[in-house]
Design a protein. Structure first.
Lengths: 111, 109
């Protein structure tokens, strides 16, 4: 069966520090991969999605970037965190336009 | 541009009452429509999608292309239905995936 993992589960980082959040999928190949930010009262905001290795589409210009070094690995990064980057980050995978399967999320607090 | 709106941030109903969570969308083409649910301390998960035309946990949703709506309905709400509900759409290949802002449903005893 397919599983999706995210780590870390929680992270507290100072302003200006770098960020790396990792997401991996098991049990499937060539998935579409997604990064979302979930904010209270604002729902889910799609940040990046990828249809293959090295193929990244950015939905919202911001302080974050994403990379897909392997088929089932998706990384969310920042060189210098801002206070406004605090939030709950979700990774998801799907096959095409089918159902998305979500990871457990990472709670990021920028201090 | 594609967009999903859910006009109610919070909806409270009593147990046994009917419930309707509203969702409207805008999309140029034929989108796939979904309802996702997030129960307390659980992962966001798919509740139902319009192409399957099935009822899950007593919930149904009908796609109305004329009104560009995909409202979620259940005739008799249960306390365990209390959760955050998101309406979403995507293009046929998983591109342009958009979630609505969500509606928190609270079913009171």
């Amino acid at each position: 069966s397919q599983t999706i993992h995210q780590w870390p589960a929680t992270l507290v980082q100072p302003v200006g520090s770098p960020l790396s959040l990792e997401c991996t999928v098991e049990g499937t190949s060539n998935p579409n991969l997604y990064w979302y930010r979930q904010a209270a009262g604002r729902g889910l905001q799609l940040l990046f999605y990828s249809v293959g290795i090295g193929q990244i589409s950015s939905e919202v210009p911001q302080n974050l970037s994403a990379s897909r070094p392997q088929d089932r690995q998706f990384i969310l990064s920042s060189k210098k965190l801002l206070l406004s980057d605090s939030g709950f980050y979700l990774c998801a995978w799907s096959h095409g336009g089918d159902e998305q399967y979500f990871g457990p999320g990472t709670r990021l607090t920028v201090t | 541009a594609q967009r999903v709106t859910q006009p109610e941030k919070l909806l409270s109903v009593f147990k046994g009452a009917p419930v309707e969570l509203k969702c409207n969308y805008s999309y140029s083409g034929s989108p796939e429509l979904f309802w996702y649910v997030q129960y307390s301390r659980q992962r966001l998960q798919l509740l139902l999608r319009h192409i399957s035309r099935e009822s899950i946990k007593g919930f149904t949703a009908d796609l109305n292309k004329g009104e560009t709506s995909f409202h979620l309905k259940k005739p008799f709400a249960q306390e365990e239905d209390s959760a955050m509900y998101y309406c979403a759409l995507s293009g046929p290949y998983g591109q342009n995936f958009v979630f609505g802002p969500g509606t928190r449903l609270s079913v009171l005893p």
